[in-house]
Design a protein around this ligand. Structure first.
Ligand code: HEM
Ligand code: HEM
Length: 418
């Protein structure tokens, strides 16, 4: 019995395992949003690897002798068409994926395995929907062809018992027969296992933050609604400022509020829609000075300083972009500051503080919402703010055209009364 060359066998199974991983990760990417950012990079890197391996495989097909077709007639023609279709899938899936990221409004840079930059294909932007649909369609067609292909292989092995399956195994041994398909299942399982889970700390903070998010209607809005939403958010901030100015007349100030020490382990994060994907990041370095009596929030004194160079979206290339003038411009303005004198109670444990945000040298009214939980000398603070980025000049260049106008900032930390 003539076998495929070792090169062909190696490439057949390596590509099969990688494809299983790709499909399993691909279908999860949609729902992951920001948490999937690093996974998007991995998906793109492995996709391009499959493209290169497939080109090598096609070269090997003509370069190394291949066994003659096992069957003629319609079964032979079907096997030939399925194999042809599988080659089309192995080329079409990565190419449509590449085309889809190249035609997206925001050109999110791709670094193959964090090292080699992948250029964007020079394609018209109005092809985006086609490329996106095509990418998904190829995946479905690939799965259907794969099922036909495996059914054919099993027919030969179990019904015809003609030993055809050994043509694609390095040796005639049940070790390979079990191991290689099992590796494919491993690829599928790994694709699921690698999906990021929210850190327990974020989960703990979620119940409190969830109320705030709901109150701000912060579920990701479709792109066409985002301008309206930005205008609403700006109006909300302006109204908040007006309300704050009137507050001293309405409420009598009460003694100096107690100061709180922010405990290590808290977080300030941000998220912003980027042409259908959600980019999510954290500021690793920030400080907060808080003086507030939860029963008399009007005398609160809040100051938060954020080191903008500590922003990270989990991708070195993008983090570098955040430092540039197009985004935070940290060389000229290394930090952002939020200051609020006074807060108002908006519910049993929820508050709103209207103050001023200074970012990139621009100061504007900004409100934040937060909830307090716990009692006595220890409190958990969780909250959020919606920042309209344009007035601050954040994301002003050509690579930000698909970025949502609003950026959500969320925070959670514990504080102990001094
Ligand atoms: C053989 C390789 C590949 C396979 C089998 C594959 C498979 C998939 C699948 C099944 C999805 C989910 C489709 C959906 O629900 O819309 C997906 C999404 C995606 N893929 Fe791939 N992919 C491959 C290569 C690539 C490459 C090379 C890139 C980019 C360079 C890429 C970029 C993307 C992106 C950006 C998404 C998300 C699209 C969206 O959210 O609508 N893929 N992929
Ligand atoms: C459990 C999974 C799989 C099994 C048991 C299997 C088995 C086989 C066998 C026995 C052959 C040789 C057929 C012959 O000699 O006529 C073959 C060829 C082939 N397989 Fe698979 N395969 C599997 C998965 C895949 C996957 C995932 C792909 C790609 C998406 C794929 C693509 C191909 C192609 C294109 C050929 C034809 C090679 C050529 O003649 O150039 N296979 N496969």
């Amino acid at each position: 019995m003539q076998r495929y060359s070792l090169a062909a066998i190696f490439l057949h199974w390596t590509i099969a395992v990688l494809l299983a991983f790709q499909i399993s990760v691909g279908w999860a990417l949609h729902d992951l949003g920001a948490r999937g950012f690093a996974l998007f990079q991995l998906h793109k890197s492995i996709g391009i690897t499959i493209l290169l391996l497939t080109l090598a495989r096609i070269a090997a097909r003509y370069w190394k002798p291949r066994p003659a077709p096992a069957e003629g007639g319609w079964q032979g023609a079907l096997a030939k068409s399925v194999h042809g279709g599988l080659y089309l899938f192995m080329l079409g899936a990565p190419l449509t994926g590449w085309a889809l990221v190249s035609t997206a409004k925001v050109k999110v840079p791709t670094l193959i395995f964090g090292v080699i930059p992948l250029p964007h294909l020079p394609l018209p932007m109005d092809m985006h929907e086609w490329t996106e649909g095509g990418h998904e369609l190829f995946a479905w067609i690939g799965v259907a062809l794969f099922l036909l292909h495996v059914a054919g292989a099993l027919r030969h092995h179990l019904l015809l018992r003609d030993g055809l399956i050994w043509r694609m195994m390095p040796a005639r041994s049940s070790f390979w027969l079990i191991l290689l398909p099992a590796l494919m299942l491993g690829g599928l399982a790994l694709g699921k296992a690698i999906l990021p889970v929210p850190p327990p700390q974020a989960e703990a903070a979620q119940p409190a933050a969830a109320n705030v998010m709901e109150a701000e209607e912060d579920t990701p809005a479709p792109v066409e609604n985002q301008m309206e939403a930005a205008v609403e958010a700006a109006a909300d901030n302006a109204a908040a400022q007006a309300g704050n100015a009137a507050a001293p007349e309405e409420q009598k100030p009460v003694g100096p509020p107690p100061a709180w020490n922010v405990q290590p382990g808290g977080r300030i994060g941000f998220s912003v829609g980027n042409d259908g994907e959600m980019i999510r990041g954290d500021f690793a370095k920030w400080t907060a000075k808080i003086a507030m009596d939860p029963d008399h929030p009007d005398s609160a004194d809040i100051r938060v300083d954020i080191d903008l160079a500590s922003a990270s979206v989990g991708d070195a290339y993008q983090d570098g972009m955040l430092l540039t003038d197009e985004f935070f411009g940290v060389a000229a303005h290394p930090s952002a500051r939020f200051v609020a004198k006074g807060a108002e109670k908006t519910g049993a444990n929820s508050y709103r503080a209207s103050g001023t945000l200074t970012l990139k040298g621009v100061s504007r009214p900004q409100s934040i919402r937060f909830t307090l939980s716990g009692s006595g000398g220890t409190r958990k603070i969780a909250g959020s703010a919606t920042i309209v980025r344009a007035p601050f000049g954040v994301g002003s260049g050509g690579s930000s055209t698909g970025l949502d106008p609003r950026v959500s900032v969320d925070f959670s930390f514990s504080a102990i009364r001094q």
